[in-house]
Design a protein around this ligand. Structure first.
Ligand SMILES: [Zn+2]
Length: 143
């Protein structure tokens, strides 16, 4: 898997915070195992759970995401459906919240790991000997 240099883009793609290559989740977002994470990164072997119960803190991040989604879908409902009945608000917000639950859980955990996991990006992990040879070959092509 090709490494991502930017930490923000690696977070958006749910990659390992250390090598930016390994996936944080082993199954697709919309499957029954959407919350399963491997214990270690398959590429650099860093532990994805720095301490037991680490992801309890992700609940607070998830709460923030949920409030934002509630507010956004309520405002969207108000303007797109021209202030409908209350049951339409409840149904719309419930459907949107249920549909985004796997993404909210994943990004909450990823943010928790990136911000409080104490793991920093190590670009040296993404420079195997073959890649150095490739950059050398590209340089010689231009001359
Ligand atoms: Zn890794």
């Amino acid at each position: 898997m090709k490494p991502i240099e930017s930490t923000g883009l690696a977070l958006l793609d749910l990659r390992c915070p250390r090598c930016h290559q390994g996936k944080l989740f082993s199954h697709p977002a919309y499957s029954t195992k959407f919350a399963e994470m491997p214990a270690h990164c398959p590429v650099c072997n860093v532990a994805y759970e720095p301490e037991p119960g680490f992801y309890w803190g992700a609940m607070f991040v998830s709460y923030g995401f949920s409030v934002a989604i509630f507010a956004f879908s309520g405002v969207l409902c108000y303007y797109l459906l021209n202030d409908p009945a209350v049951w339409v608000y409840v149904l719309t917000v419930a459907v949107i919240v249920l549909a985004t639950t796997p993404l909210v859980l994943r990004y909450s955990r990823a943010l928790m790991l990136y911000l409080f996991g104490g793991i920093t990006y190590d670009p040296r992990l993404n420079e195997p000997a073959s890649r150095n040879l490739n950059s050398f070959a590209n340089r010689s092509d231009t001359n």
